[in-house]
Design a protein. Structure first.
Length: 363
């Protein structure tokens, strides 16, 4: 696999979190998806100057022989509501399903219950606290879900859970336990979602519909998939000043043998590897760096990172001071990315999960 360095000359020690801040009017944070999946805008950042396009123009910006790589994770209805034996409200955000009936979750309660406590969840099933995870002083909590015979945690979430919308998407709450809608259940999911396990969508892929996929195929653009189960940690703020001091959360990934072969074939024919979303980038570069096709990754991509797989990136617009801003800056160059973000704000692009997209080449 060819290896080449990002052109960004800086190292992570040169940057602080403040370097990735920018002014974003709240009105530009998309609260709802576009009327049609492919009806969003696309900022083409591959040329010398930014070009304002429609997302439906993407097939004309790629080349025959390119390989488009998607993250096929499926978002689960990971928000579960219930109450403690004392009557206090409890909310679980499921981060990971373990063996059997066990899950790992973030917990929102007024006071953490002791180990052995069984929460009574909406839907009539129990959630018994077994301890912290991944170790005794870990930040997450391990539960056993007790539904009817044969019901898996995925079954219980699908029947009784709610779409885990990002904290910046607000809804008029119909009742205190949920803010998602039927539209969210459909649109906060890609059309090719396959493997359940994510608590956040790979949002750059939300723009694709059957018509755009058919156009891409007609243009000679190939397609393959990886899996990275996006965790709630993707929304956690960076709490240190120097980005070199930040530690990423762990997420599960898989690069199937068929995808590895598709990448090799793409290289052989002179095509480009086009990653749809930062989660796909993290998956591919984790595989390249570790040599492991599947496992857990806490890869943190910042300016100075040496990319080995990805040539082109399609991505949404990210939160100020976020690790995703650092990744795209590493990929396309810090000054270039910050300039593109200033252009996007001035042109009133829609930001974050339900927002518009940007196309970048590695610099």
């Amino acid at each position: 696999m060819p290896s080449s360095a990002s052109s960004a000359p800086a190292t992570p020690r040169d940057f602080t979190v403040a370097d990735f801040d920018f002014d974003l009017p709240p009105s530009l944070i998309a609260q709802y998806p576009a009327a049609e999946r492919s009806g969003s805008r696309l900022l083409d950042g591959t040329g010398d100057a930014p070009a304002d396009r429609a997302f439906r123009e993407l097939p004309g910006l790629l080349r025959a022989g390119d390989l488009l790589l998607f993250n096929d994770t499926r978002v689960v209805k990971a928000r579960l509501f219930g109450e403690k034996p004392t009557g206090g409200k409890a909310e679980l955000l499921v981060e990971r399903v373990l063996q059997g009936q066990e899950i790992v979750a973030h917990v929102k309660v007024s006071k953490k219950p002791p180990v052995g406590t069984t929460l009574r969840m909406a839907g009539g099933f129990g959630a018994t606290l077994l301890g912290r995870w991944p170790k005794e002083d870990g930040p997450l909590f391990r539960f056993r879900l007790d539904g009817t015979a044969g019901e898996t945690p995925y079954d219980l979430m699908e029947r009784h859970g709610h779409v885990p919308l990002p904290p910046y998407i607000e809804r008029d709450q119909q009742h205190e336990d949920a803010s998602d809608t039927d539209e969210d259940a459909r649109r906060y999911q890609t059309v090719f979602a396959r493997v359940p396990g994510a608590v956040a969508a790979p949002t750059a892929a939300l723009h694709f519909d059957d018509a755009v996929l058919a156009q891409l195929e007609a243009c000679g653009v190939r397609r393959a998939a990886v899996t990275l189960h996006v965790g709630a940690g993707t929304f956690q703020p960076v709490k240190v000043e120097r980005i070199a001091d930040h530690h990423m959360h762990h997420e599960r990934y898989d690069v199937p043998a068929a995808t590895q072969q598709a990448i090799a074939d793409c290289r052989a024919r002179g095509g480009r590897v086009v990653a749809v979303g930062t989660t796909t980038v993290r998956t591919l570069e984790s595989w390249a760096r570790s040599g492991q096709a599947a496992g857990d990754t806490d890869i943190f991509i910042t300016p100075g990172f040496r990319f080995q797989v990805v040539d082109v990136l399609l991505t949404n617009f990210h939160l100020p001071k976020s690790t995703l801003m650092m990744l795209v800056s590493a990929f396309a160059g810090y000054e270039r990315v910050m300039g593109l973000y200033r252009h996007a704000v001035a042109q009133e692009y829609r930001f974050f999960s339900y927002g518009d997209a940007m196309l970048l080449e590695r610099r």
